[in-house]
Write a protein that binds this ligand. Structure first.
Ligand SMILES: [Zn+2]
Length: 103
């Protein structure tokens, strides 16, 4: 990444506005779990989501529901225009109305 300086301890820094603002970021961001699933765009909530994300880059619910379907391949995932997908998302949104757990 351009303009980033490695600090040597696993972090990188970027100076903005002639050094008045410093951004510090981890060098390796590949193991960071996003807040929202890239497939269903619903919040990633717990450790099972982290495990599924590390495996196939989606949340646990998407993994359980779609991974073993014969016509579904990651990272494309299921057909987002299908009735089956719409029913899945509608059901997920009903169930997901609980607080996010940041453990
Ligand atoms: Zn998902």
């Amino acid at each position: 990444m351009e303009n980033w300086l490695k600090t040597g301890d696993g972090k990188k820094i970027k100076l903005l506005f002639d050094g008045k603002v410093t951004i510090v970021s981890p060098e390796n961001t590949s193991n960071i779990i996003p807040l929202f699933c890239p497939c269903c765009n619903l919040p990633m909530k717990d450790n099972s989501d982290s495990i599924s994300y590390r495996k196939i880059k989606v949340c646990n619910k998407c993994d359980e529901r779609w991974t073993n379907k014969p016509n579904v391949k990651w990272p494309d995932g299921p057909d987002k225009k299908s009735d089956e997908w719409n029913a899945y998302i509608d059901n997920r949104k009903l169930v997901e109305r609980t607080a996010i757990n940041f453990r």
